[in-house]
Design a protein around this ligand. Structure first.
Ligand code: GRG
Length: 305
């Protein structure tokens, strides 16, 4: 399970997501219900946690990070909804529930994904929300406009064809083929790594880190991002279905070439250990301020769901 020390932050993120998502009773209700169904289904909230924790390396407060953390979770959830569609991985379960298209139908699931992607950039670019003192007003008051613009550019780059979508396209086109280790690395670092790297980079912008910090933490997150996908592949093979809240064996069903299928179990676990040690070494540069982050990285790479 995710360490208890993160529960307060997860609660903060969940409350903000609940507030920032459109209400179930607002018109048009069906799309709002579909968006809320997938975002509020649980999920480990790893990406928002990273965006809250990185600024702490620079002694900055977490309040600044809440809106970008929610935007990231909305984009991540959109990618899961679309990844589960019949045209992609065709999964029936996600986060312990039936997938969006199983409950709301394929058309509404596609639109829920689109709406979450759009809402993410809406909350990042809006000046204020309905009430005074809400999450968005706090964000615009505490984060300068040039940093907010940088965050939008970073996130759209990571989610687009040079990032997550590019990796997803390579993944789809590689099904049933014997692909090179370089191609596997491209898939892992783009499909999964791109958003994780941008969590770290967003955290540096929000925390006021310098160019050295950006380089150090980009390198650290690149190792974590690709390895996170290798761990996901390991769980697809060895994980517990109940704990994971989704079906196993999807990679072999779709005949996907992964780091695991190419190099085998021992090599995949040894890569995980090596990249974990490498990232911890980089994080130790920040001394005690990085302890929570080190714990989160450990959980990410040795998780069982
Ligand atoms: C635009 C049509 C269209 C489709 C987009 C971009 C995309 C489809 C899919 C992205 C690829 C993807 C879903 C990668 C999986 C990354 C991954 C390992 C997800 C699991 O992350 P966790 O374990 O999940 O953090 P929770 O549920 O805990 O948030």
């Amino acid at each position: 399970m995710i360490p208890d020390s993160f529960h307060k932050k997860i609660q903060l993120i969940n409350e903000a997501l609940d507030h920032l998502l459109p209400g179930e009773d607002e018109f048009p209700g069906n799309i709002n219900r579909a968006m809320r169904y997938s975002v509020l289904a649980g999920g480990k909230r790893l990406r928002p946690l990273l965006i809250l924790l990185i600024p702490e390396l620079f002694g900055s407060q977490q309040e600044k990070s809440i809106v970008p953390a929610c935007a990231m979770e909305m984009i991540h959830t959109y990618s899961l909804i679309h990844d589960d569609l019949p045209a992609m991985d065709n999964d029936d379960y996600r986060r312990g529930r039936l997938t969006s298209h199983k409950v709301f139908g394929e058309a509404m699931a596609i639109l829920a994904g689109d709406a979450l992607l759009t809402l993410a950039f809406d909350i990042l670019s809006r000046e204020h929300d309905k009430e005074e003192g809400d999450y968005i007003s706090l964000y615009t008051k505490t984060v300068p406009a040039e940093i907010r613009l940088k965050i939008i550019a970073e996130l759209s780059g990571a989610a687009g064809t040079q990032g997550m979508i590019g990796g997803q396209v390579a993944d789809l086109e590689s099904e049933g083929k014997n692909i090179s280790p370089q191609k596997i690395d491209y898939i892992n670092s783009h499909k999964t790594g791109a958003l994780l790297v941008s969590c770290f980079r967003l955290g540096v912008y929000l925390g006021g880190g310098g160019i050295d910090d950006l380089e150090r933490l980009t390198s650290c997150s690149a190792a974590i991002g690709s390895t996170f996908q290798v761990v996901d592949d390991l769980l697809d093979l060895e994980g517990n279905r109940e704990k994971m809240g989704k079906d196993r064996g999807v990679d072999s069903k779709l005949n996907k070439a992964t780091y695991l299928s190419h190099f085998g179990l021992e090599e995949a676990k040894s890569l995980r250990d090596k990249e974990f040690q490498r990232s911890i070494k980089l994080l130790k540069y920040y001394g005690n301020r990085s302890i929570s982050l080190q714990n989160l990285v450990k959980f990410m790479l040795y998780r069982d769901y």
